[in-house]
Design a protein around this ligand. Structure first.
Ligand code: C5P
Length: 235
């Protein structure tokens, strides 16, 4: 059996977690390690793709042969993905993107007051919505009237059981409009930062039961995700 291949395809993967700056030294962040995105980049590179990793605050090293574009915030990540979207064959949004950012960025470090009678004062941080990057990438492709790039989203879903997780994931797939949605079960057997994970692969427009991968190392999950992508790419 010939080894499945992504030879010559241009793949752009976002990984890690965005940081939304409050002031020069503080941010709102999340616990995403970037491990799943790195595993996806590694497998894609091994299968012959030309891989760009848009890395949001990833401290782990990138696999060999992968071009890394470091970003910090959701807006940075949106810009980096959008700039590369039209030339890509596959886009994968594996990053944990902040849904909100502080409404105001304060140029100097926020200080506590020592004014008499105000020793207990604390600032109120107002938030504003970040764009949904995945949905925007889908919209952009729709406006261009092309079938490429294939667009893959991730969804961290909690639920009381697998049925719950799949129900939420199906709704999200429809809402986002991407081609594949990789639903991560979180809060049960897996959490951010772990080396193992369980995912369900949902295919847009398919009535087939979602394929479940895992519990398995993130490298095996990555292989399964690329197998699913390759099925969509095949004529
Ligand atoms: O809506 P939810 O955050 O669960 O969707 C997760 C998917 O959407 C992931 O692929 C994530 O990278 C992407 N996302 C995004 N922009 C956001 C929030 C999430 O592209 N602002």
């Amino acid at each position: 059996v010939p080894q499945p291949t992504l030879a010559g395809l241009r793949v752009v993967i976002s990984a890690g977690g965005t940081r939304e700056a409050l002031d020069p030294v503080r941010f709102l962040g999340n616990r995403s390690s970037g491990k799943q995105g790195l595993a996806l980049a590694q497998v894609a590179a091994e299968r012959g793709a030309q891989v760009t990793l848009v890395a949001a605050n990833v401290s782990l090293p990138a696999p060999p042969g992968v071009q890394v574009v470091p970003v910090e915030s959701a807006l940075d990540l949106a810009e980096a993905m959008t700039a590369r979207a039209d030339d890509a064959d596959v886009l994968v949004m594996a990053a944990a993107v902040a849904d909100f950012r502080p409404k105001q960025y304060v140029d100097a470090k926020i200080k506590k007051t020592h004014a008499p009678g105000h020793e207990d004062d604390a600032p109120v941080i107002e938030l504003t919505r970040n764009p949904d990057i995945l949905a925007a990438l889908v919209q952009r492709r729709r406006e261009r009237g092309t079938a490429r790039p294939v667009i893959v989203g991730f969804a961290a879903e909690t639920g009381d059981d697998e049925g719950d997780v799949l129900h939420h994931a199906r709704a999200k797939l429809a809402r986002k409009g991407c081609d594949l949605l990789i639903a991560n079960e979180v809060g049960r057997d897996v959490t951010f930062g772990k080396d193992e994970s369980t995912v369900h692969v949902l295919v847009a427009g398919s009535t087939a039961e979602p394929v479940t991968i895992g519990p398995a190392p993130k490298a095996s999950i990555a292989a399964g995700v690329w197998d699913a992508v390759q099925q969509l790419l095949a004529p």
